[in-house]
Design a protein around this ligand. Structure first.
Ligand SMILES: NC(=O)c1ccc[n+]([C@@H]2O[C@H](COP(=O)([O-])OP(=O)(O)OC[C@H]3O[C@@H](n4cnc5c(N)ncnc54)[C@H](OP(=O)(O)O)[C@@H]3O)[C@@H](O)[C@H]2O)c1
Length: 323
């Protein structure tokens, strides 16, 4: 089969497709015929530097998510030809992932799809909508009466969160670092756009003197303490992204940094379930949402696909189709 194989950390231009043996099925694992997959920032991090970490065994086929059909159901409850999505749980890091024509995956990371959505649209869903949906509705307990700030809103996760939050009609303030992306966020339904230029709290108070009671933090520890300070009493902030390139705090004093009665939570996409996948597809269907796709590439175009992700100009999910 064709696959992209990481031998070491590399640049986007060094990604190549080659022939590798089809993996052999084993108990507890299923073979998926990959139809397509979305690109993720964590794959950019893997190829840029994380591949040199001792816990990553090389060579490795990257790719933390895919959509496809069961090619060999092994000892699982799946049947051959069944439509599935798969994500996370070590996919593309601890075991080979989706940048290939077939993927051998643990049954617990594979989920049935009861939707007749086309493969391209389906490929834009798993990791992005799982992250956005769960951050909003499980972690932030988002309600129609809420005022939500999405920090890092032009990311595909941010845009999906904006779409989902507006689908239940709550008020959304969305941030970007770039003036020229105001229109993009307005066009996706943001009630107010804030330019994250170092003066976001001042802008917020000026254009929206009312209160923010939920924050989806996608920039991460670089801006999180400031975001916590924007919340009203009983407000909730969810730490989901690390776009600001700072992944953790060297020093964080929770007693002094989190005001009384403000709640800090976080989301980690490592533990998807069939129930949450069903909830997401139901929500998408009920609200007639169109998955947000930037561009579609073929497996042979991985260099261009990764360069687009690196450019920060995708403004939607980058999808790769295997055929
Ligand atoms: N917790 C989890 O389990 C989980 C799951 C999925 C994703 N994530 C994380 O969520 C974040 C978003 O992922 P994604 O795939 O949606 O990202 P993406 O689409 O690749 O994000 C692109 C956007 O990132 C913004 N950006 C880039 N560098 C930045 C910086 N230094 N400071 C602020 N913004 C910056 C740019 O926005 P502007 O140029 O408009 O400012 C750009 O539009 C990532 O940190 C990712 O690792 C976490």
């Amino acid at each position: 089969m064709k696959a992209v194989v990481l031998e070491k950390t590399c640049t986007a231009e060094e990604l190549t497709v080659r022939q590798v043996p089809l993996p052999s099925v084993k108990a507890g694992w299923v073979l998926v015929k990959v139809k397509g997959f979305g690109l993720n920032r964590s794959e950019l991090m893997l190829r840029s530097y994380e591949a040199s970490a001792s816990y990553i065994q090389l060579p490795r086929i990257p790719g933390i998510e895919c959509v496809g059909e069961i090619a060999d159901s092994s000892d699982s409850h799946f049947s051959k030809g069944q439509r599935v999505v798969a994500l996370m749980g070590g996919m593309g890091r601890s075991f080979d992932g989706s940048y290939a024509e077939y993927a051998l995956l643990p049954v617990k990371q594979v989920f049935a799809v009861n939707s007749d959505m086309c493969w391209q649209h389906l490929a834009a869903i798993p990791e992005t909508y799982f992250t956005a949906y769960s951050s909003l509705f499980e972690c932030l307990q988002l309600q129609v009466t809420d005022t939500l700030l999405i920090r890092g809103a032009t990311s595909v996760t941010g845009l999906a969160a904006l779409q989902l939050a507006k689908s239940i009609r709550c008020t959304v303030l969305a941030s970007t670092r770039k003036q020229e992306k105001r229109a993009l966020l307005k066009c996706h339904g943001a009630d107010h756009v804030l330019v994250d230029d170092g003066n976001l709290p001042e802008q917020l108070r000026e254009i929206y003197p009312q209160v923010v009671n939920k924050v989806l933090e996608l920039v991460g520890p670089a801006t999180m303490e400031e975001s916590i300070g924007l919340l009203v009493h009983h407000g909730i902030i969810c730490a989901t992204g690390v776009l600001g390139s700072k992944e953790s705090f060297a020093q964080f004093d929770p007693i002094k940094s989190i005001p009384n009665g403000v709640y800090l939570t976080s989301f980690f996409s490592n533990y998807p379930t069939q129930k949450i996948m069903d909830d997401i597809f139901n929500h998408i269907q009920i609200h007639q949402l169109q998955p947000l796709i930037s561009q579609v590439f073929s497996l042979d175009d991985m260099v261009a696909a990764h360069l687009l992700m690196e450019s920060n100009e995708a403004n939607g999910k980058i999808v790769v189709m295997t055929e």
